[in-house]
Design a protein around this ligand. Structure first.
Ligand code: PEP
Length: 251
């Protein structure tokens, strides 16, 4: 069975005390009820130490990025080795903001994926098309190219540790969401693609991301191939995030 997942990408938001309080609130909620849904948060690197000190049993830690090398002369970068020390289990890779604003290529993202897998960190691999690419009906082609470069040729034992997040760029932080049908169509396509490169296509979780919030999540989470959400804005306050966890659990 595929895991149900709710992951929060905090981006460059929240002070350290605010982040700690948010995780405490989520952990408190999860401690009171056993849920199947796995809950992950991805704070800034600077917050990881304090949040790891909470010794949460339910909330898992992700990083928002990492360097493709284990260590070395890379001023300002963060190594997967250091992330391990901080209790991190997941790393978001290939987010569209990293691709667009920091020039990350498919090849660089592949190198990061391989390094994370070698360090037993699970990659949450983002893919998704721009508005222009969707208008030109190129969305399937674009996502296939991104995922092919990210994953083709990896060993099955590595592939089964990966998670995919489909995040149409036009829906990220814009308030515009993919329709449930658009999400399902792309998730089913991704699952078929995964089936062409490994035997784990029915067990790899595929998350939807892009302006997902309590008011639209139910329709998206009820789609057959949507296993959960990668949540930006709505992961920054405990009410919305807990509501999303609750909705994912119910669907
Ligand atoms: C994201 O950046 O991964 C994201 C999904 O953001 P938002 O929910 O704010 O659109």
């Amino acid at each position: 069975m595929r895991e149900k997942i709710i992951a929060g990408n905090w981006k460059m938001n929240l002070s350290i005390p605010e982040g700690v309080k948010l995780v405490e609130d989520i952990e408190h909620y999860l401690a009171k009820r056993p849920l199947q849904t796995k809950v992950i948060v991805a704070p800034s690197f600077t917050h990881l130490y304090s949040i790891n000190q909470l010794n949460c049993l339910h909330v898992k830690l992700s990083a928002q990025n990492c360097h493709e090398s284990k260590k070395g002369a890379f001023t300002g970068e963060i190594s997967p080795l250091i992330l391990q020390d901080l209790g991190v289990q997941y790393v978001i890779l290939g987010h569209s903001e990293r691709r667009e604003l920091f020039g990350e290529s498919d090849a660089l993202i592949r190198a990061k994926i391989e390094q994370c897998l070698s360090m037993k960190l699970k990659p949450i691999i983002c893919c998704g098309e721009s508005l222009e690419e969707r208008r030109k009906n190129k969305h399937f082609e674009v996502v296939k190219e991104q995922l092919n470069t990210a994953l083709y040729g990896l060993q099955e034992k590595s592939l089964k540790e990966c998670m995919i997040a489909y995040e149409p760029v036009w829906a990220i932080g814009t308030g515009e969401t993919a329709s449930p049908e658009q999400a399902q169509e792309m998730h089913a396509y991704i699952r078929r693609f995964l089936g062409s490169i490994c035997h784990y296509n029915e067990t790899i979780s595929i998350l939807y991301g892009g302006s997902c919030k309590p008011s639209n999540a139910q329709a998206i989470f009820s789609q057959k191939d949507v296993d959960g959400g990668l949540i930006g804005g709505a992961s920054l306050n405990s009410e919305d995030f807990i509501e999303l966890i609750h909705l994912r659990e119910l669907m």
